[in-house]
Ligand binder design. Structure first.
Ligand SMILES: NC(=O)NCCC(=O)O
Length: 380
């Protein structure tokens, strides 16, 4: 039996008179609940996904109007077994996402993001090329991009769509890519995952290359956004670069399992929000995915067909360190948050992390550290 959610566990077990202090210490200042639209509630009960909504307020300013934007993040299980026809597996996921996107629309979401490689099972554990490479599609006009473009137009939403990309124009190379499509259905651009895991069953370097798109920030009608795909969340400099390029919201579409990363999950994206003065949206898969053939983890343990439990727990964190509770560890869900982007500058002014950072010092030391004959600065 999987634990449903850490927050529910706290609510049920911490004495009532202590709960709000415990929550404040663990989660930062109280983030008020956002009312969920009744039409969205109907969709959530028909299609069996949770919805939660929160509001990150900022102080009112004399010279700037509030800059309010609503973001939505989706976590979901695969629907058909991994042995079903590939097209059917993908179509079912498209269908589910269209229902959840509609619920996001009813809640006024302006920018929506799905989990890593969302139109497919996370088959990179298997190390088999067939049939999984067939899920790769063109970022410009593949079936998933075309499908998402329709949703963007229908709902007037910016959508970040993380897929396995096949670059047919350039030798058929595969990439782990987030396609950013604006609210008119135009492709704004794409970002390819910079850091590829080589840990546990995450045998992803077998499938796609290290990204070559740098750290782009996409200027949308609703704010400046960036995407740090999954394993990139372990790399503070990857987060830093999106901040230096002006991101106000960074999405972290992920796929990760409990045994490996759960103690890190609540820390990394939240710390990035604090350190870089932007909002972060951490999104993880849910459920257990079973594959037709056994694979090993190269650790001397028994071969297996399951990846392990993807623990969901998607959450949103603000530059002042406050965060929403996580979505469920076991169920599909949509998390909606209203952000006042003015908070980014307010926190920068208060804490001064950007003003006190020493880019000159670090860039000098980093370029030394990258040299072949680098001598670590150790004083004995
Ligand atoms: N998809 C992916 O990069 N997973 C790696 C595992 C982790 O970073 O927790």
């Amino acid at each position: 039996m999987e634990l449903e959610s850490l927050e529910k566990c706290l609510e049920e077990n911490i004495p009532e008179n202590l709960l709000s202090d415990v929550q404040r210490i663990l989660y930062g200042r109280n983030v008020p609940i956002l009312e969920i639209h009744p039409d969205a509630k109907i969709l959530s009960s028909h299609h069996n996904f949770d919805i939660q909504g929160y509001r990150f307020n900022a102080a009112s300013e004399q010279l700037r109007a509030p800059r309010i934007v609503r973001v939505g993040i989706i976590q979901n299980k695969i629907i058909l077994p991994t042995t079903a026809r590939l097209e059917a597996q993908r179509d079912k996921l498209h269908e589910l996402i269209s229902h959840i996107a509609e619920a996001a629309f009813h809640n006024g979401v302006n920018i929506l993001c799905m989990q890593e490689a969302w139109p497919m099972p996370f088959a990179f554990c298997t190390r088999e090329k067939q049939p999984w490479c067939e899920f790769a599609e063109r970022a410009e006009d593949g079936p998933t991009t075309k499908f998402i473009q329709q949703l963007c137009r229908r709902f007037n939403m910016v959508i970040v769509s993380p897929i396995l990309e096949r670059d047919e124009r350039h030798s058929d190379v595969l990439w782990n890519t987030a396609v950013v499509i604006d609210n008119t259905g135009r492709i704004l651009g794409k970002h390819r995952k910079n850091h590829i895991p080589r840990v546990g069953d995450f045998n992803e370097s077998t499938y796609y290359s290290e990204g070559n798109t740098g750290h782009p920030v996409f200027e949308t009608a609703f704010g400046r956004i960036a995407v740090n795909i999954c394993y990139g969340r372990h790399h503070p400099l990857n987060w830093l670069m999106f901040g230096l390029n002006g991101a106000e919201i960074v999405f972290n579409p992920s796929a990760t399992v409990g045994a490996l990363s759960e103690p890190l999950w609540g820390i990394e994206a939240r710390n990035a929000a604090i350190a870089n003065g932007y909002f972060t949206c951490a999104i993880n898969r849910v459920g257990t995915e079973v594959f037709p053939n056994e694979f090993t983890s190269g650790d001397g343990k028994q071969a297996h067909k399951e990846f392990g439990h993807f623990y969901g727990s998607s959450y949103i964190a603000a530059p002042d360190g406050s965060r929403t509770p996580g979505l469920s560890r076991t169920k599909n869900g949509l998390l909606v948050a209203e952000l006042d982007l003015n908070l980014c500058r307010q926190v920068k002014d208060m804490w001064g992390f950007q003003m006190t950072q020493r880019l000159d010092l670090y860039s000098y030391s980093l370029s030394r550290a990258a040299e072949l004959d680098f001598e670590p600065q150790i004083v004995r």
